[in-house]
Design a binder for this molecule. Sequence first.
Ligand code: SF4
Ligand code: MG
Length: 327
Amino acid sequence: ENMLLEVNGLKTYFQMEKGKVAKAVDNVSFSINKGETVALVGESGSGKSITSLSIMRLIPKPPGEIVEGSIFLEGKELLTLPEDEMANVRGNDIGMIFQEPMTSLDPVFTIGNQIVESLMRHQKIKKSEAYEKAIELLKIVGFSRAEVIINEYPHQLSGGMRQRVMIAIAMSNNPKLLIADEPTTALDVTVQAQILNLMMDMKKKYGSSILLITHDMGVVAEVADRVLVMYAGQIVEEALVKDLFLKTKHPYTKALLKTIPNIEVELHRLDSIPGTVPPAHLFPKGCRFAERCTYAMAKCHEEDPSLIENSPDHKVRCHLYEREGGM
Ligand code: SF4
Ligand code: MG
């Protein structure tokens, strides 16, 4: 069995005032194979982060709730695990890195304390051993002066250095899956490249899979094996990275790719598609992208298209592809 993570029919809804419901993640299914890097892309507000928080079972309830679906990690259903077992999955089976400055580094503890704590929570080792291991991990993520850094506090480090520490903590227990949510967004371009390279090195070294959440198609082109494109709580296209770029199907993906002036160059923000993602409590009838789609037909405003496998390993949710041949 090559499959590591399997998400089936996930629905994560948020209760809003006056009985309104925001369908942030609305029937999402996908899987991640062992050793694979899967990118989850889309504009902000599309449901990417809520998907990753759902996998970690970190949805604040209330107002949020996973109302339907299943999430299997190597065949183990995470959604029904007792909370203490789930706490052990977090940080042990699944490591996480978030966007700076939302890193979970605690300002009042030294870097060393935080790595040692993560190691001792999941492994049966003595404090002195954990300390040695922390130094080793800091060296692996590129700190030549690990013995000095280990006694420093988060505010004494740069944003890029803090992300290195986060990677050290995320990898400290050799996780099967690393979830990285916009890990390089707040960093400058050179540091971004260093952090991505480091993540890829760690993936190779530890054999982990990665779920990379990003709005940066340049990053996707560089590191992903497979891509999931998310829009308004749904997956609208899923393909191997080369097919996504060379045989793009969904009009939204096409629009996303047009926002990249040159895939090779710098940082790209997906802020130039006219219009915005509809709010999750006001999804229109029919295709959720119809308002912004240059191909929209009458049917698009009536019927919600379903995600279909239009060619091998390439799925698309769009009425243009429902008949044979497509566009
Ligand atoms: Fe555009 Fe219609 Fe396809 Fe939606 S279903 S993406 S509106 S063509
Ligand atoms: Mg996000």
